[in-house]
Ligand binder design. Structure first.
Ligand code: ADP
Ligand code: MG
Length: 391
C-alpha cells in the first residue's frame, strides 16, 4: 500500500482531532455517525464537517451513507494516527521506503532524529481474510470487539510482546522498540529473507542453527507456527534472525505437535531442495532433541518449560483474553460454531465515549495522548473495536 506521508505535514491539529474522534467512535460503531464524530471532536468553532471533507480527500476516512451518514477510518487513517503519535514521542522522525509486503502487513523503513534506520511493521490483519471477517461478523455479533482495527492492533501487540520476550531470552530476533495501535517499530535487520538466498558458504551450519532455534523455542514453551524461508533472515556472515511472530502459540496448544512438525518440515524441505542437504527418510526414529543424525527432532522428547508464554507474556500487556480473541478469528472453525453468549457484556454507549474522549481530547498535548500508547489504549483495550452490535 502506498503511504504518502507528505500529507502528514499538512494535517492540522484539528484534522487529527477529528481523525481521533472517528477512531474513538469506532469503539462501538462500524460506521460512526457524522453527528457523533462532531460531538466527540467538539471543535470549538464547529467545522467538523469541513475537516471530515479534508480527511476524505486524503483517504484517511471513508464515507458511508448506506444505512446513515457516517464515517470509518481507513488503514491509511489508522496508519497516520499511529505514525503521528510515535513521531510526537520521538520514536522516529521520518518514514522512508517500503521494504516488505507481507501477507498481512506492510513494512517500511523509518529514520530516527539521529539518522538510525529502523523497521516499521503496519499490521493489516483482515486484509487477506476480509471476507472471513465479514462472514464471521454475524456469528460474532454479540462480541463488541471484532474488526480489522482491533485485530490488527492485537496482532501488533502480540508481535511486540513476543519479540521483546524472545530478545530477553537471547533469541536472534529484531530489537523490539515500540508499539502503537497496529504498528510495531523494531531494529532493521541487515540481510535477506532466506527465500532470496541462492547460495550459502555453510548450509549445514545454517541449517543446524535454524533447527536449533525451533527446538530452543519449544524448550521455552513456544512454537513459531510460520517458521519458513520467508520469516528467517540471513546476513552476509550467515547469521540467522527470525521474524514475524503474531501467530506463535504455546507448546500446550492442542495442535502444538502438528505446528511444531510443520515448522520443522518446512526447514527440512527447503534445505533439501535449495541446498541439496540430504536427510534420513524416517521421520520418527529420533528420540533425542538434536538433529545430528539428520533426522527430524521429535516434539515429545523436547524438555518443554511450561508457563513461559503465560507468565511472561501476560505481564507484557498481551493477555490470555487477547490470545483467545485472536484464536477465535484465526482458527478455521466452522462459522456456526458455538460462541459464548456475551450479551451481558456492557457495551459502550455513545454518551460514555463522548465523556471519555472529552477528557482525553481536551488535553491536547501529544505527550498526554501518548501516555498509555494513544487515546484508545488509555481506555479498556477490549472495547476499542466496533462490531456494530448496537446498531
Ligand atoms: P508478514 O507477517 O506480513 O509476513 P513479516 O514480518 O514477515 O510480515 O515481514 C515481511 C517482510 O518484510 C520480510 O520477509 C522481510 O523481508 C521484511 N522485514 C520484516 N521485518 C524486518 C526487519 N526488522 N528488518 C528488515 N526487514 C524486515
Ligand atoms: Mg512473514
Amino acid at each position: 500500500m502506498k503511504l504518502n506521508v507528505d500529507v502528514l505535514r499538512y494535517l492540522s491539529k484539528e484534522d487529527f482531532r477529528v481523525l481521533t474522534a472517528v477512531e474513538m467512535g469506532m469503539r462501538n460503531h462500524e460506521i460512526v455517525p457524522s453527528e457523533l464524530v462532531d460531538r466527540i471532536a467538539s471543535l470549538k468553532h464547529g467545522g467538523t464537517y469541513k475537516v471530515l471533507k479534508n480527511l476524505l480527500k486524503h483517504k484517511l476516512v471513508h464515507h458511508d451513507s448506506s444505512k446513515y451518514d457516517g464515517f470509518r477510518l481507513t488503514y491509511l487513517g489508522y496508519d497516520f494516527l499511529a505514525i503521528k503519535t510515535m513521531v510526537n514521542c520521538g520514536v522516529f522522525a521520518s518514514v522512508g521506503r517500503q521494504i516488505g509486503v507481507g501477507k498481512e502487513s506492510d513494512i517500511f523503513e523509518v529514520a530516527t532524529e539521529d539518522g538510525t534506520i529502523l523497521a516499521m511493521k503496519l499490521h493489516r490483519l483482515g486484509r487477506v481474510s476480509f471476507r472471513a471477517v465479514k462472514s464471521k461478523r454475524d456469528y460474532l455479533r454479540h462480541r463488541r470487539s471484532y474488526n480489522w482495527l482491533y485485530l490488527s492492533r492485537l496482532a501488533a501487540l502480540k508481535e511486540f510482546a513476543f519479540m521483546k520476550a524472545l530478545e530477553e531470552h537471547g533469541f536472534p530476533v529484531p530489537n523490539a522498540i515500540d508499539c502503537n495501535r497496529h504498528c510495531v517499530i523494531m531494529s532493521l535487520i541487515q540481510g535477506y529473507p532466506l527465500v532470496q538466498v541462492k547460495e550459502l558458504q555453510n548450509p549445514e551450519t545454517v541449517f543446524d542453527r535454524i533447527i536449533g532455534l525451533v527446538i530452543r523455542l519449544a524448550e521455552h514453551g513456544l512454537i513459531h507456527c510460520d517458521f519458513n524461508e520467508f520469516n528467517i533472515m540471513i546476513d552476509d556472515h550467515e547469521k540467522v534472525t527470525m521474524i514475524d511472530f503474531p501467530q506463535m502459540v504455546s507448546v500446550s496448544h492442542r495442535n502444538a505437535q502438528m505446528y511444531f512438525d510443520r515448522d520443522v518440515e518446512c526447514i527440512f524441505k527447503f534445505f533439501g531442495k535449495r541446498f541439496n542437504l540430504s536427510f534420513e527418510e524416517d521421520a520418527d526414529n529420533s528420540d533425542s532433541g538434536d538433529v545430528e543424525d539428520g533426522s527430524r527432532p521429535s516434539f515429545s522428547s523436547i524438555n518443554k518449560a511450561d508457563g513461559f508464554l503465560d507468565r511472561e507474556l501476560a505481564a507484557s500487556g498481551f493477555t490470555r483474553k487477547d490470545q483467545a480473541d485472536m484464536d477465535k478469528f484465526i482458527e478455521e472453525d466452522s462459522a456456526g460454531g458455538a460462541v459464548s453468549d456475551d450479551e451481558d457484556d456492557s457495551t459502550d454507549s455513545d454518551e460514555a465515549i463522548v465523556r471519555d474522549t472529552d477528557a482525553l481530547l481536551l488535553s491536547e498535548e501529544p505527550e498526554q495522548i501518548h501516555e498509555g500508547g494513544g487515546p484508545e489504549e488509555v481506555e479498556n483495550r477490549e472495547s476499542t473495536g466496533a462490531s456494530g452490535s448496537n446498531e
